[in-house]
Write a protein that binds this ligand. Sequence first.
Ligand code: NAX
Ligand code: K
Length: 500
Amino acid sequence: MKILDVDQIRQLDQYTILNEPIAPIQLMERASQAFTNWFTARFDSKTAVKVFCGLGNNGGDGLAIARLLIQAEYNVDVFVVRYAPRESDDFAHNHRRLKLLTAPVYIENPGDIPTLRHSDVVIDAILGSGISRPAEGIVRSVIEAINRAPATVVSVDIASGLHANSATEPGEITICPDYTITFEMPKLAMLLPGNAKSVGEWHVVDIGLHQRFIDQSPTPYYYTTRDEARLLLRRRERFSNKGTFGHALLLVGSYGKVGAGVLAARACLRSGVGLLTVQVPRCGYGILQTAVPEVICRPDVHERLLTGPSEVEGPALADYAAVGIGPGIGKAPETARFLREVLTNCRKPAVVDADALNLLAAQRDLMGLLPENSILTPHPKEFERLTQRWQNDYDKLEILRDFAQRKQVIVVLKGAHTAIALPNGDVHFNSTGNPGMSTGGTGDVLTGVLTALLAQGYDPVEAAVLGVFAHGHAGDLAAEQRGETGLIASDVTDSLRWSW
Ligand SMILES: NC(=O)C1=CN([C@@H]2O[C@H](COP(=O)(O)OP(=O)(O)OC[C@H]3O[C@@H](n4cnc5c(N)ncnc54)[C@H](O)[C@@H]3O)[C@@H](O)[C@H]2O)[C@@H](O)CC1
Ligand SMILES: [K+]
């Protein structure tokens, strides 16, 4: 799914109005009805609803929603924050209609702000995507009062005060909602970690904006939906054998961190690889053979480190279908030399994770050796070591896109809504996963997943988008069974389903 910016969404509204065609007020009605459908499914009609409206179209939505809720026999109070003399046409239209049902209360001074109770549900329709300056004066006072109150808060389209696709500067205030119900598509702001408090749990409701305009609109930003991820999945053919699905090589582990290798290996096997060889330091031999009997183990000649040579013969590096390197390997100079050798000789996209990334950061010339379309899987701290500090999430996105383009690699920046930057500068945000996955070893699992997909011949971009989705989906299934707190990395592997 594409993520468009505010200007594009405004044009999309206009395009829909002209080409569907539909009257602007009807489009507002459709949006308000979509919001109301979500709301009535979540909160029963005994709920004390307080709708706070601004004077633009977001406020117009608020007035229409208030009317629809009154008609559905909810107990609704409406407040209009009168911060300016002018109101939008569609606001004015809905104002006239609402006044036939109830009298809105006008807020012009802080003394007009009502006291909100724990049992109240606030609908925030003060400012929407049309925000063009920081919230000040009475708007700020109302936002502060709502944020201080113990009530549940649901924002219409976007939290008042939050910018949809640019940074909220220090000192700016936003509503901190429990829920955001946004129209048609997520806004970029909702996918960025720094905005978590200004977004809450968000849901998209469809308001039928024109698909042709969406298809024609250029954007570097995408959100991976379940259907899109499903389309990437390949069926396993009936007449296949293990050779069909590739022979992968994982280069993992060091003394004390052989477990990372076990996690990556198990996840690789659970992701459909045909055959898997795992090279670990000699100390990992017994551990790996016992924990994962399905793999071919290639013990390194070094007892504690990954250094390259092994007494066991195996295919040349370039003959493996895919190579994954990094989990648990440590940062010893011998291992750095081996990483150099691997990157020089593997000649196809590799998966590079964890300490392999830290080694790249320490010896920047190694980056020049990365095979094109390799998949790097840093968490934010590792990515910062590879690049530079950033000012805010938007700055980070630019650094991310620039890095992927300059190095011609795929960067999977891990976190909530993992951002996958592609060599063409596009960024795909993931839609699966949960905070239970913030636990040691889930990154090693992802390395195994991605290596397996590359070995099966998935294009690296598809492998990255699909693998990250499947990994998050498995995490969600695991969290359903165990709850988020008790979730460990092995649960993610055990929950890999490859269907959704
Ligand atoms: N255009 C359309 O056809 C649709 C618009 N919709 C709603 O319309 C919203 C966008 O509406 P608008 O563009 O009218 O804008 P908003 O309702 O977000 O903002 C209202 C107006 O306030 C002014 N303003 C900007 N920043 C301010 C600030 N900090 N303090 C005080 N005033 C400020 C601006 O002049 C702006 O036009 C969306 O978020 C959505 O809720 C939906 O009804 C769907 C259809
Ligand atoms: K709002």
